[in-house]
Design a protein around this ligand. Sequence first.
Ligand SMILES: [Ca+2]
Length: 715
Amino acid sequence: MKHKLIAALLTFTLLCTVLVPIAGASGVAQPLTWPKTQAMPSFPAPAETLDAINMNGMPYGERATIAVLQGLVNREQPRIITMGGYQEEPLELWPQTLNLQYSFVDDWKALVLKYRSAFKGLMVYNPDVHDTLNLATTAAGLNDCLAASPELAAILSAAPYNLSVVTDFNTLPITNRLEAYEYLYQNYWPQCNKRLLFGLSNTEHMPLRDLAAAVGGAVLWLDPVYAEEEAMLTRFFNDLETGASYAGWWAQEGDGIGYSTRAGVPTIPADHFMNYSVYSGMTRKVNPPAVPAKPALQDGKIYVSLNYSDGDNIQYIEHALRRSSLWESPDRGKVPIGWTFSPMLLDAAPQMMEYFCQTATPNDVLVAGPSGAGYATVGDWRSLGALKAYTDRTNDYFEQTNINVITTWGWMFEPFAEVYARAIPSLIGMTMQERYFQRLFVTTNHVPVVWFGNDQPGGAGLTYEWGTEKTKTQLSQIADAGIERTQFYAAQFLSWETPVTQIADMVDELNAAYPGRFEFVRTDHFMMLLNESQGRPFGASLQKPVSASSSAANAPAQNAADGSFSTGWQAGEAGESWLQIDLGEAHCLERYVLENASSNGLDAALNTRAWQIQTSENGVDGWQTIDSKKGNADGVVYRSLPKVQARHVRILVTDPGADGIARIQDLEIFAAPVSAQKSIADRLEGIPAKLTQLLWNVQYLIEFLKNLLGSLLGG
Ligand SMILES: [Ca+2]
C-alpha cells in the first residue's frame, strides 16, 4: 500500500516536472481564477520550492523591475518570492509562517535567464520623469516585457540576457505627469484590465506591480486634489467595469478615498503589499474561531468596546500588525479588542488571514473597515446602486470570513445604514466615525450604528485617538457622573501609535479606580448587549445548550451554535434528524441564519435541502412549526420568523442533502428575551428620540445636497 502511494507520488511529481516546462514553452499562461464575486484574482498554487530574492538595500527602480518580473512569471505558476523587511519586520516572517519552501538567489538577474521565455523585451522608463515608471509598468504587463531604467536596460539588452528594447520612453516627448498618463490613456488603456485600476507612487510603491503586470492593469499616480489630475483620473474611472476596485494608495488619503467613493469605486489599500502573486495562490479558505459566549447583561454597567484602526490596509496587516506592540504583544488577549481588518485579505493572502484566525485569543475579534470590503467613506457615495454593489460584495466576504461588525468612516446617514443592513443579513452592528452625529441609531432590522464621539444619552461613542489618555479621562468622567442606567461606549485607537500594553494598562487602571463599574467587551458582544439592553433582537442562540437526534463522534451538536461556519454538527445516522437549542428563557423570535455544508467549503450537494423550524415551551413536546423550507441549494440561508415567543427552538431536517446525513455548520437565531423587552414608559421616551433623529436627517440632507451641488459645480 505504502509502495503504491510512493509510486503514485513519483508519477505525479514526474508529470508536474514535465508539464510545467511544456506549458511555459508554449507560452500559454494558465488563467488566473477571478470569479465576479472576487474583487481581486487568485493566482495558481505556488511551486513546491520558490526562488527567493532579498530586496533589502535594493534601489527602488530595481524593485519595480523585479515586481514586474515576478508577476509575469508567477501568473503561470508562482515561482518567485521577494523578501524585504519593513521596519521591525523580520525578513522571512511570512514565508516561514506560511511554511513556504524557497531558496535565495544571489543575483536576481539569474532569474531573468531562468525564466527567459516569459519575457519579450524591455520597456524603458525615464528616471527624470517619474511617472514614466508607471507607464512602463503598464506597458510591460500588457506586452510581457520587463520595465527597466536606462542603466538596467543596458545590462539586460546585452548578453547573456539579450532582451531587446520594445519601447524607450526616454525617446518620446513625455516631460511631465499628465503627458505620461495621456500617453498611457491613448496607447495602452484600451487593452488594460477594467476590473482593477492601480494607484502606486513612482518613488515609493514598488511591490504591488507584480499583480498589476500579471492582470494587465493600468498603474497611475494622480491626485484628485488638482483639477487637471482629477480630470485625467476621471477618464480612467469612467471606463471601469461595475464592481471594479482601485488598488494601491492615494497621495492624500481623505481626498483620494472621497474621490474614488464618489466615483463608485472602493479603494483596496495595498501600497507596499508584497508577493500578492504568491500568497493569493494559497488555499482560499479560512477557519474563523468559535465566538465565545456573550457575558450576561447586567443593569447599570458601563459597557466599553475598544478597537484598533488601520487594518483596512493589507500592507499594514502584512508588515506591521505582527509587531511586538500589537498582535505579537504578550499582553494581547488580556482585554477584549476589535481589530479592524480588510476582508480583501481573503483574495490577497487567505492563509495570512488564517494565521490571525488561528492565533486570535477569545478576546480578539476581527472587524471590517472602513467601511466594508474595500475602503470607502460612506457619505461620499453618490448612487445608492453603487453603495448596494459595495455592500453586496461586503456580504460575500463576510460569509467567507465570519466578520459581522463594520467600522465606517464618513457621514453615515440612515438610508445608507439601511442599505448596509439589508445587503448584509449577518451584520450585527456598525460604528461611525462621524462628527456631525453625536448619537446612536438603529436600522429597521435592528442593526445598531454607534458613534465614536462624545457621550450622548442612550449610548454613543468615545473618541479616535493616538494613545489612551483621552479615552481614560472620558471614561473616568462617565463613571464619576454616577448615572445608574446601563451605558455603552465605543472607542478607536490609532494602531501605529497605541500599543496593546497601553490599552491593557488603561483597562486595569479604570477597573481599579471604579471596581465593578465597567465591563470591557468584544465588539460583537458589545453590539449584542446593546440590542439586548434595549429589548431588540440579537444572536441569542450563541453558545446556548444544543442537543440533537444523533451526532457523529467528531461533529457534536454544540458546534452548530458556536458562531463559526468552520465547525459543524453532523447527524450520526442518515435520514430525518433534528437539532435543538435552549435559549434559556422565553425569547421573542425575529429571524435566523442557517449555515450549511458549503458555507465551510464542502460540496454544495450536501447542503440541507428541506427543513422546518419548530418551537416548544418545554423542549420535549408540543412542537409547533413556525417556518418551513424545501428545495434549498444555498450554503447560507437567511429567513424571517413570525414574532412568536419561545424558549426552545429546533430545526427538523426532513431532507438532509445528497448523502442523507444532516449537516449544519451554524444556526443563529436572532431573538430578544421577553424579560428585556422595553417597558411602555421606555417606548414613550423613544418618541422625542425619533424626532431628534428626523431633525438630524434633515440637517444631513442639507449638508449632503450642499456637498453634491459643490461637486457638480466643481467646487
Ligand atoms: Ca459552528
